[in-house]
Design a protein around this ligand. Structure first.
Ligand SMILES: [Fe+2]
Ligand SMILES: [Fe+2]
Length: 238
């Protein structure tokens, strides 16, 4: 089948599209609704207690509010499409990460939300216009989250005593983010591309992610962890 180059204006038009398209959009909306909520509950809301200053507590509260807001936007999108976002999908394994320190929160925001930005870059051009709108709306906030995470890391590294803890969190979080982009050569991914829902392949996005994480590491003289075995062929090609 040829690549779909049109746009779908809303839920009514969506119903006239092939089931394959409807399912592909539903998959993305559901996974975002789940992951935004899980992220808010496991990292952002609890981080308020970890934040060391009133200013950081204020900024973290804003992040938590925004992540709950993102969940609501995706949940509303799902409702408009007549689907249940609670349907049988497990949150990302990234959220199994047992965050207990402020250092870890900073690194999680700098690296975890960076992955979301890369996803949103594609969704901002998505053929399903309501999804495109949500991506455009949430993008500036995700940029703020990454910026906050990077700022926390920068602040922490002012004190050399913090460097080992920052490096340890970096080493643990980064490999955990990689599965977020899905499997290489995934069937879903091929459908997303064919239907103009995503522009890049999972592998392309993961490579781009690794490249940006590397730039961040370089800026702060952090060492990059070894590329996990599963992604070696994908990330080590030049
Ligand atoms: Fe978000
Ligand atoms: Fe975020």
């Amino acid at each position: 089948m040829e690549k779909f180059t049109g746009t779908v204006a809303g839920p009514e038009a969506l119903k006239t599209m092939p089931e394959e398209y409807q399912n592909a959009v539903a998959k993305i909306v559901v996974s975002h609704a789940i992951n935004e909520l899980t992220g808010a509950e496991t990292f952002d809301a609890p981080a308020n207690r970890l934040a060391p200053t009133p200013r950081y507590k204020w900024l973290v509260s804003r992040v938590a509010m925004e992540e709950y807001g993102h969940h609501l936007l995706f949940a509303r999108l799902a409702k408009g499409m007549g689907i249940d976002w609670r349907a049988n999908k497990r949150p990302l394994t990234l959220f199994d990460y047992p965050m207990v320190t402020w250092v870890e929160f900073g690194v999680l925001k700098a690296l975890g939300d960076l992955a979301e930005i890369i996803q949103l870059e594609d969704l901002m051009e998505c053929s399903y216009l309501p999804l495109r709108e949500v991506a455009i709306k949430t993008m500036p906030e995700e940029r703020f989250h990454v910026g906050l995470g990077q700022g926390i890391v920068r602040d922490l590294l002012q004190n050399p005593d913090n460097r080992p803890a920052v490096q340890a969190a970096f080493d643990q979080v980064l490999p955990n983010v990689l599965p977020f982009f899905g499997k290489a050569n995934s069937l879903n991914n091929a459908l997303f591309q064919r239907w103009g829902i995503k522009r890049r392949t999972n592998s392309e996005m993961r490579r781009e992610y690794w490249r940006r994480a590397e730039a961040f590491a370089r800026e702060h003289q952090l060492a990059m962890p070894a590329v996990p075995e599963a992604y070696r062929s994908e990330l080590m090609v030049q």
